[in-house]
Design a protein around this ligand. Structure first.
Ligand SMILES: Cc1cc2nc3c(=O)[nH]c(=O)nc-3n(C[C@H](O)[C@H](O)[C@H](O)COP(=O)(O)OP(=O)(O)OC[C@H]3O[C@@H](n4cnc5c(N)ncnc54)[C@H](O)[C@@H]3O)c2cc1C
Length: 403
């Protein structure tokens, strides 16, 4: 509702103008198609679909073909690079529906096309030729290397340095938790180029070929979610100066839109996770009897189910609204922080409730709940923990309400 003049307000109050809380018809249809795809093609095989945190190659191939059949191949790649260039609202619908299955791992589970780090769209033509296009063609893999032992949630305190020496940068440092580093042909690496400026213009992005002398995959860390991110050391690694992305100090500049979309991905996924948990819990508690009554007749159980349902409805409205506003050109930075906090926390709470009402069954690998639970717990930590996000949101709060 754009106009707030008194005659428009009168029409609204008289019920003549409605606010549109529904998805547009074409997105509703796409959502139904994705729901069918997940229900028919993925959920029946979801337990056997992966080894560790990887989709099995033959399963990936079959699912990729199905994705092409339903017209969703490269839905998140801009049109100029051969993708569908879907807006954020449409992408949120995809992430939401994919959140219902454990077959698509939270990190690295790509069946919609090669995984492209959006920073690669900002490369110059020469760099695009060497790095972006091979990734899009599925010939090269990229890993994002930012986190360090002393710089996780606060990447501005990173220690890895890149020092210009003639027409090369010399990189020294240590990275950890780097997803898919063992499969990477090159790293999109963040390093300090100006210690004084720190996160305000002192960090730069480099494209670093994985084969360059001085790079060592030290070890992977086995996580409770099956992920195996890597620790990597960089010792006097010489990178051509032409592999700097943008200008020196622009290391955080290009990531902004990508990180915003990443937060929305967390939030949208949370809706799908909660949906699946409610589906499983609703039918289970409606059958399982204890002390002569169905669990669904117990108020303690009903309250858990209803809380998950109410929060899912709220989350969905918020995510769709924020995404639609982003597509209309609005700055949604703070709302995307809120969406990530709400989505991640809600997904985990829903999994936890589902686990509780399933009793011992919820802990078994016969059901997907334990995996949804493990993955959802990890999502609350990665790509911005809620404490840090709330700290940032608080700045906006005090601007608005601080008097
Ligand atoms: C499975 C996995 C895959 C990953 N993949 C990648 C990757 O591919 N590339 C990459 O670069 N990184 C990756 N990461 C890193 C990830 O994004 C970081 O782990 C995350 O940002 C948190 O950093 P940290 O673990 O060092 O936590 P820290 O920054 O040490 O924070 C620990 C905890 O302290 C609290 N905290 C921190 N700061 C504050 C504050 N200001 N106020 C209040 N509380 C606070 C929070 O509760 C936080 O969870 C991955 C991590 C995991 C677990």
């Amino acid at each position: 509702m754009g106009c707030r003049c008194s005659s428009c307000l009168a029409l609204v109050l008289a019920g003549k103008i409605t606010m549109d809380y529904e998805l547009p018809e074409e997105l509703r249809m796409m959502k139904e198609t994705l729901r069918r795809f997940v229900d028919r093609e993925i959920i029946p095989i979801e337990r056997e679909a992966y080894v560790g945190h990887e989709l099995k190659p033959d399963v990936r191939k079959i699912l990729e073909e199905k994705v092409k059949e339903i017209g969703m191949w490269m839905f998140d790649v801009p049109e100029e690079f051969g993708g569908l260039g879907m807006n954020l609202l449409a992408r949120c619908v995809v992430w939401e529906e994919m959140g219902r299955t454990i077959a698509i791992p939270t990190r690295g589970g790509h069946i919609f096309g090669p995984p492209v780090s959006p920073i690669l769209y900002f490369l110059n033509d020469d760099q695009k030729e060497k790095y972006l296009w091979p990734v899009l063609r599925g010939e090269k893999n990229c890993a994002f290397a930012q986190t360090e032992p002393d710089a996780g949630g606060d990447p501005g305190s990173m220690r890895t340095t890149a020092v210009l020496d003639g027409n090369h940068y010399v990189i020294n440092g240590y990275k950890r938790y780097i997803t898919a580093a063992d499969k990477a042909d090159f790293f999109q690496l963040q390093a300090v180029t100006d210690r004084e400026k720190g996160s305000r213009g002192g960090i730069s992005t480099f494209l670093v070929n994985a084969e360059t002398p001085g790079i060592k995959l030290v070890r992977y860390q086995q996580m409770m979610m099956d992920d195996r991110p890597w620790e990597i050391s960089f010792e006097d690694v010489r990178v051509p100066a032409t592999n700097l992305v943008g200008k020196e100090g622009e290391g955080f500049k290009f990531g902004q839109t990508w990180i915003t979309a990443g937060r929305m991905r967390h939030a949208a996924r949370g809706i799908g996770v909660a949906e699946r948990c409610m589906e499983l819990s609703g039918s289970y508690t409606n059958q399982r009897e204890t002390f002569g009554k169905k669990l669904s007749e117990r108020q303690a159980v009903q309250f858990m189910m209803v809380d998950s349902w109410m929060d899912t409805k709220m989350l969905r409205l918020f995510v769709y609204n924020v995404a639609a506003r982003a597509d209309a050109g609005e700055d949604i930075r703070y709302d995307s922080y809120m969406a990530k906090v709400m989505g991640d926390e809600h997904a985990f709470k829903s999994c936890d409730r589902a686990m509780q009402v399933h009793g011992g069954m919820g802990l078994t690998t016969d059901l997907p709940i334990e995996k949804l639970w493990r993955d959802s717990r990890s999502m609350v930590i990665t790509e911005g923990p809620p404490e840090i996000l709330r700290m940032v949101i608080a700045r906006a709060f005090y601007r608005e309400y601080g008097g």
